[in-house]
Design a binder for this molecule. Sequence first.
Ligand code: UD1
Length: 421
Amino acid sequence: MSKLFIEGCHRLNGAVAVHGAKNSALPILAAALMADGVSELQNCPGLSDVDASVAILRHLGCRVEREGHRILVDNTGLSGSDIPDDLMREMRSSIVFLGAIAAKTGAAVLSFPGGCELGPRPIDLHLAALRQLGMAIEEERGQLRCRVRGRLKGCKIPLSFPSVGATENILLAAATAEGTTTILNAAREPEIEDLAAFLNSSGARIRGAGEGTVVIEGVDRLSACCHRVIPDRIETATYMAAAAVTGGSLVIKDVEPAHVATVFPAFEEMGCQIDVWKNELLVSAPARLRRVRSVRTMPYPGFPTDCQALLMAMACVADGTSVFIENIFESRYKHAGELMRLGAKIKVEGRVAVVEGVPVLSGAPVECTDLRGGAALVLAGLAAEGETSVTALHHIDRGYEAFEEALAGAGAVIRREDGTV
Ligand code: UD1
């Protein structure tokens, strides 16, 4: 079992660079199986979730080559239409392969992704939308068996909630459907726009991605293209929070400032100064953060649920009481219990968490509960007196490439020990 050891209370100062967005790379890798020829994806992060997507593509018969952050996907040998259970379990977002596989091969068999560490994560919106497009889907004994007779047929799909994954599955399935598909109340996340940009470069005809109404005119086929994945806005916010929680100052490079602007007001309310250049941010934090009145997670362009835990780590050491309202996932406060081991004062009641800031946290052993919750524990460890050890690092490795190296490069005292019990 790997462990991170952090000696806290060192101000971060320096520069870090952000990688490509995990949540863009995953659906785009799924899309690549639909595009005939060799697709080239640049700026793909080196993460275990990307490894899992590559494993799925190879299992399906695609040839995949990886060279640093560049991935080549050749779909010429595509022969399979199933995702084995172990690969589905490895990455729950592999459900986004459903639309791509079924649209391309006429069939798909995969296991139900089931619940996850963020609470129940249903896929009813995905399935209802794909059925509307004409996909026959049978659910039996934890398996989804999908079949498409001829081509899918475009239609109007109103989503009752702007689900990111459902919007992506519809984009993938509708790209080569017959006729026009209109998604109403579509998710507006930048990763949706990025997926649509990849699909359009491959020959798809998608308008309005990034807005609430997306119109997809189906085309006969997609052809490979070259695409650069957008910067990861959640990784960006994580480094902003690392500067903030240590009272430090960080230049964060290779970012898309417009995509993280939704978190700026909360950081500024807590006393951080944010200077924006083209693709760089300078985040400077005061010696002690102020509380944030309230953080309400909402679909984009609201405050991202993936940044809730990061802000909570900051609130733990802020002056005053901060209130969090989690509107996206039912059980996304598992990190709160671990933060409390470090001396944080947090009360959770359903979707609300109240955090009373303390002057300083104290180091202790903690365990990651999920990806962003795990990052929040590292942030809290950076702000804690003495040594914090963090276990269950597989959660962090799903979403952060060379995390501790980047933090250590900016002055954090942090090291990973592999294989310690
Ligand atoms: C994506 C992101 C994740 C982020 C989330 C919300 C990826 C790989 N993951 O997850 O990091 O936290 O968006 O911004 O891009 N829901 C249903 N039925 C459905 C689908 C969703 O009830 O069929 C509910 C979910 O349970 C959840 C909410 O809708 O409560 C949001 O889910 P969704 O937007 O689909 O998130 P994901 O695509 O799973």
